[in-house]
Structure formats: C-alpha cells, structure tokens
Design a protein around this ligand. Structure first.
Ligand code: GDP
Ligand code: MG
Length: 712
C-alpha cells in the first residue's frame, strides 16, 4: 500500500485536507512515548488504497520542539512514499521555510498550495508553474476546507510516489563559503555507511553545522563513540570556519539563507494585483494616518529632511576636489570666488565695470547660485516623498487640524506646493493650486495665507543667516521657522475667516492613492526640473534685478570734493564707502525708511535689501552681499557674507532671527502678487495681501526685536 504523509505549518489546512482525503475511516492515537496526536486514515484513488498520515504541524524541522522531532522522525523512520507539504498560500514566506527544509531532506515531495482562495482575495497572483519549476517540486493549488483540488493533489502525489514525476531537483545554496564546508562534511559522513544509508549526507552536514542536538544523539546511538566524536569535531571545525569568515553565528546564517531562498522564490512567482497593493497601502496607512503616530511621523520626516539636506549639501565634504574634499555648496562658492578674483583685474582700469561685475553680478547671482546644491537636495527629498504617495497622507493628517482653523482640506495641497512641508516650494503654483477648491471663499483664504509658507526663495536668506548666527542649531532653527510659518498661516486663516471672508465650509473627499516605491528616474527628473527653474530664475529675473539694484546703489555718485572732505576729516576707507552708498538712490530710500524700520532693528542697509526682496526674496541675500561688499575695505579678501555679518558688531543672533522672521512673512514677491490678482480677479485682493502680510511681518518683527532686546 502506498504511504502518504501530510506535513506543514500549524493552521495551513493539513487536517482539513486529511479529512477530505480519508473520509470517515480514521484512526487517532498517540505517537509512541509522547502525547502528540497521530492521525491515520485511508484514501482511495482509482481503486487504489493509500495510507495517509497527518503529521503534527511545525514551522521548521530543526528539532527545537517535540512536534518537530516527532514529524522529522516520522519522515525519516517511516519513509513515506510521498510527503504532501501543505502551505498556506496567503502566508507563503513563512510556510516555505519548512518546504526548503523538506527539499533538503530530499524526500519525495508535492506542494499543496492551500488557502489559494484567501491568497486570491488578498490580491496575490501566484504563478504555480513558475513556483513549481523554481523549487523543483510539483505544486497543486487547493482549497482544503472545501475539498477543492484534492483529486488532482492525490493524483500528482501518487505519480510522485511511483517515481513518474522527474522535475530537476533544487536545493538551497548557502553561498560559496558555507557550501564548501557542507560539501566537505558530507564527504566525511559518506565514509560512514551506518549513517549514510539512513540519512542524506548533505542534510546531516547542514544539521550538525546547525548544532542539531537530536541528530547528534541519534548519530551517537547508531555508531561507536569514536565515529561520533570524529563527526562532532569535524562539525565544530566547519562551524568555526564559517563563523570566522562571516563574523556571525552559523545557525543564524543558515536560517537567513533559507528565508532568503523562500523569499526569492516568492518574489519570482507572485505578483500583486491592484487589490493587494491596496491591502498593503491600508496596512501602512493604519500607522501613517494614525491620530497620534501620523503627526509624530510627519514631524520626524520633516526633521530628517532638514538634517540630511544640510549635511549632504553643506556639512559633509564628499566631493573630490584638487586632491581634497569639499561640500557641494563649498564647490559653488569656490567657483564664484575664482570668478571674483578674475574680475579683480578690472579694478584699476574700469572701476565702475568692476563694481558692476563683482558687486552686482557675482554678489547677486553668485549669492543665489551658491544655494543650488541645497535646493537640489531639498527637491530630491520632497520629490521622493511625493512620488511615494506620502504627500497625499500629509494632506490627510493635517486636514483635521486645518479644518479647525477654517481652511479647506484641499487647501493643504496648495500650502504644501508653496513650501508647507518645510521648505522648497513656491507660492506661484501654490496660488494656482487653489483652483481645485470649489468654494470661492475657501479659495480666497487659502490664497492669502499661502505666501507665508517657506518657499524655496526664502531658503538662501535662512541658510545665510543661520550660517552666520546659528551654525550649531541648524535643524532646530529650520524646524522653528517651519512651525512659525504654519502658526502664522493658520492664525491668519482663522482671523480672515472670522472677520474678513465669512461663510460656511464645504465637506470634501481626500484621495489616498496607493503607495509606490518611487523610481530613480522619476525622482531625478522631478528634482532636475525644479532645480533648473531655480537656476533659470537666478539667470534671468535675479540677474536683471541685481543689475538694476546695483545701479540704484551706485548712482547718483557722491561729488569728488565731498569725498575729499571726508578724507581730510580722517574718515576710514570703510566709512567713505558707506557714505557713498548712503548717497545713492537706494541708500536714500533705505535711509528714509529707517525711522520706522529701526523699531524692528533694521538699519538702512537692510532696508535696501528688503526693498530688493520685494522682487524675489533670494535678492535679499544678494543685495545684502552687495551692500556689505561695497563697504568693504579689501575686496581681495573674499569673505562670505555670513562671516561678515557674524563679525559685524551691529549684528547678532537676535537681529538675524528677526530678519528671517520678517523675510518669511512680509509682502509676497511681485510674481505671486500678479498671480493673486489674476486668480482672484481683482487688484483689491492682491493689494490687500501685500499690505496685510507686511503689517503682520512688521508687528511680529518689532515685537520679537523689542522683547529680545529687553531680555538681553
Ligand atoms: P491544520 O492546523 O494544518 O491541521 O489546519 P486545519 O485543517 O485545522 O485548518 C485550519 C483552519 O483553516 C480551519 O478553520 C479550516 O477550515 C481552514 N482552512 C483550511 N483550508 C482552507 C482553505 O483552503 N481556504 C480557507 N479559506 N480556509 C481553509
Ligand atoms: Mg491539524
């Protein structure tokens, strides 16, 4: 009579299959000497009688538990003609671990791919033929609870028992080093016929490397002490060799390889349908969109964003350069410093042109270009988050909060486009993104708070001032600025909703697209497009404005006799340069604003930069650079603006912080204002936006400056 044993993980469906195969003719007893249940029965196939044994459920055959030992003994001692390995198809990774071990024992094997209904419901598409040829074992899909596929299973099993199925055998490869030891040890065992006739030498080799005590005891019982000692010492030798090579525990290594083998087979033969992706997505979302974990994770993501972007773009020197290493930002600065040196040749022959090139162009455009690496890595990070589907979750998480402040759920997307995720957006597409809001009033409120976000153009200003005054707290400072931008935007929205643009809020649906692993190509393309836009802006608007601002800062020039007068009075070169600038048109505007701006701690030079920043906020850095470069005694000494400000006695952390605050909040740049005008349909809201944000900026800056001064 053909004998068939059913093995598999607990709850894989062994008993269900056993019951269907054997019907009512069953015999239940215990395995000899232990309390593990032994179930036997008889199945019939085409008039042929088959003895069926239901093995205890195990996850492994490593002999750690009584069930494992019993199952293994039954397979080895009773030598069934075929073993049916019942695996749970909806949980293949864990189930195949046992399969891999059965393969290693080289028993005649059939896989019952059970619970195939559950797997399909979860959206797993299993290529049965592929799995079968990968493992070298016939695979039959079944639904044990309903008896589906069992006739076929029995037919295939009997073919295997009869030796009619000859698939090329596959076995786990443990990698070159481990395999060599296994082969060597198997060769040793081969020389002892007592063992080799009963067990597969290769299997014994793997087992004793794994320190399988049950098998070691078995060997000791079967042979004399001398042989057992010899094998034990050979096993120790192999184990030591492996552990020395990998510097890791041999047992762990072997288990890892088995899992790796199972995982590899699964990856090749299973694909996920849309439903499965949805299932995975739901699982991830239960954490990512969780009430508490969600916001915490978001905070962590933003903190990581700032941390890595600064490290990679500026702090870590990882770009090889002239035999040394510099950071990407250092590299950009190096280029502009060299350009500045080259233009130095013009100084004596054409001083006006030199000032235009060095102070206007290199100072203005170079100042902005120096931040290209920072912007690049910011966009890289954000593009990755966007493509993965996380940004949609951010919208979802923040939605609950934002509703309380009178914003529409979808306004979050506009805020994020504008830089709400920390940095690196732009208010222009942000204002345009409000088109997705159906309610006119929601649109207006969103449009009016969107410019408070930290757009990419504000980044150079922050980066420069943080480098000057907060080098050791970069990440913290960026987080603080991020928080402030949101607090101001939310409070402004709340106030606007209550007092300016009143009306009911409409409910909406937030889409949550499934997660995707972003492709390198997609992320790089996205990043490149955005970085290129930034560079283009630097080469056009910023370039033109730098020249224009330089003209305002250079003309009208001070009459010669006034300069001579100053020299006679014993003024330093520095003071003279400063007087010259004050004499220019820009200097006069800056000076005219000083009586008011001094409340917030801004002198006329800063005012010049802030007026310039109205065009585009990057210009604040360039203009400050120009203002301070013009007042510099030795232009050869190429000091960065951050260093200059740090050494300037008029400046300090408080002033730096207040300036960042003001730049964050004051009037949107003129392109944004033009878009607000277009999207809202009237100049009224564009003008309102300009005035109210500048007022908020000024009031807050003044408050912080005055309180800060009073405290210190
Ligand atoms: P065993 O621990 O391996 O003996 O598993 P059982 O045969 O006791 O089955 C465990 C549970 O899974 C039982 O509730 C069965 O009804 C159920 N089950 C078994 N096979 C299938 C299957 O193919 N599909 C589904 N949906 N359930 C199954
Ligand atoms: Mg059972």
């Amino acid at each position: 009579m053909t004998r068939l044993a059913i093995g598999g993980n607990p709850n894989a469906g062994k008993t269900s299959i056993f019951n269907h195969l054997t019907g009512t003719v069953q015999h239940v007893s215990n395995y000899p000497g232990v309390t593990v249940e032994r179930k036997e029965g008889t199945a019939r196939f085409n008039g042929r009688r088959v003895a069926v044994l239901d093995l205890p459920g195990t996850y492994s055959l490593t002999a750690y538990s009584l069930e494992e030992i019993v199952a293994r003994r039954a397979i080895i001692d009773e030598k069934p003609d075929v073993v049916v390995n019942v695996v749970d198809a909806s949980n293949l990774e864990r189930n195949l671990y046992l399969t891999v071990q059965l393969l290693e024992m080289e028993v005649p094997l059939v896989i019952a791919l059970n619970m195939i209904d559950v797997a399909e419901k979860r959206g797993y598409q299993i290529d049965v033929d592929k799995l079968s040829s990968l493992l070298g074992v016939p695979v039959v899909p079944t639904v044990g609870s309903r008896g589906k596929g069992l006739d076929r299973l029995l037919e295939v099993a009997l073919n295997v028992a009869d030796g009619k199925v000859n698939l090329p055998r596959k076995t786990v490869t443990y990698g070159h080093e481990v395999n060599r030891e296994i082969e060597r040890l198997a060769g040793v065992i081969e020389t002892f016929p007592d063992i080799a006739t009963r067990y597969r030498p290769r299997w014994v080799a793997v087992k004793i490397i794994e320190e399988d005590d049950a098998l070691a005891a078995e060997i000791r019982r079967m042979t004399d002490d001398e042989t057992a000692d010899r094998i034990a010492s050979e096993a120790t030798r192999s184990r030591t060799a492996i552990e020395q090579h990998f510097d890791d525990d041999a047992i762990t290594l072997i288990a890892e390889r088995r899992y790796g083998y199972a995982a590899g087979a699964i990856k090749e033969s299973i694909s996920l349908t849309g439903e499965a992706r949805q299932h995975k997505t739901d699982q991830i979302d239960s954490v990512v969109c969780h009430r508490l974990a969600g916001p915490l994770l978001l905070f962590g993501v933003v903190a990581a964003l700032f941390f890595f972007v600064f490290k990679v773009s500026d702090e870590w020197r990882w770009v090889p350069w002239f035999g040394g290493w510099i950071s990407p930002t250092g590299f950009m600065q190096w280029i502009f410093e060299r350009l500045s040196e080259v233009s130095g040749g013009l100084e004596s022959r054409m001083p006006v042109l030199h000032s235009l090139v060095d102070d206007g162009l290199i100072g203005g455009v170079g100042g902005v270009m120096g931040f290209v690496p920072l912007i690049f890595f910011l966009f890289l990070f954000i593009s990755f988050l966007e493509d993965s589907g996380y940004i949609a979750r951010v919208a979802f998480i923040l939605d609950r909060v934002l509703r309380a402040f009178g914003l529409q759920g979808k306004s979050i997307l506009a805020l994020i486009v504008s830089g709400g995720l920390g940095a690196g957006g732009c208010a222009v597409p942000g204002v345009m993104a409000t088109r997705t809001l159906r309610e006119e009033k929601d649109r207006l409120v969103t449009m009016l708070v969107v410019p408070f976000m930290n757009c990419g153009a504000k980044m150079p200003v922050y980066a420069m001032l943080i480098a000057a005054f907060f080098t050791r707290h970069r990440t913290q400072m960026m987080l603080l600025l991020w928080a402030i931008s949101w607090i101001v935007a939310l409070c402004a929205a709340w106030v606007l909703r209550r007092f300016v643009i009143r009306g009911e809020q409409t409910p909406f649906v937030m889409e949550l697209p499934p997660y995707h692993l972003p492709t390198l190509r997609g992320v790089l393309l996205h990043t490149w497009e955005r970085t290129w836009m930034y560079v283009k802006k630097a080469g056009t608007i910023i370039l033109a404005m730098s020249v224009l601002l330089w003209v305002f800062m250079y003309f009208p020039q001070m009459p010669e006799e006034e300069i001579q007068n100053l020299e006679i009075q014993g003024a330093s070169a520095n003071q003279i340069a400063s007087e010259k600038l004050a004499h220019s048109l820009a200097g006069r505007v800056g000076t005219a604003l000083e009586p008011i701006s001094q409340w917030a701690g801004f002198d006329w030079r800063t005012n010049v930069a802030l007026v310039g920043g109205f065009v585009a906020k990057e210009i604040v850095v360039g203009t400050l650079g120009t203002v301070y470069a013009m007042g510099d005694v030795s232009p050869e000494e190429t000091e960065s603006l951050s260093d200059r400000l740090r050494k300037d006695p008029d400046w300090g952390p408080l002033k730096g912080f207040v300036l960042m605050l003001f730049v964050m909040l004051y009037a949107p740049c003129f392109v944004t204002i033009a878009v607000i005008r277009r999207e809202s349909g009237t100049w009224r809201w564009a003008l309102f936006s300009t005035l109210y944000s500048t007022s908020i900026a000024f009031v807050l800056a003044t408050l912080v400056y005055q309180i800060g001064k009073w405290i210190s």
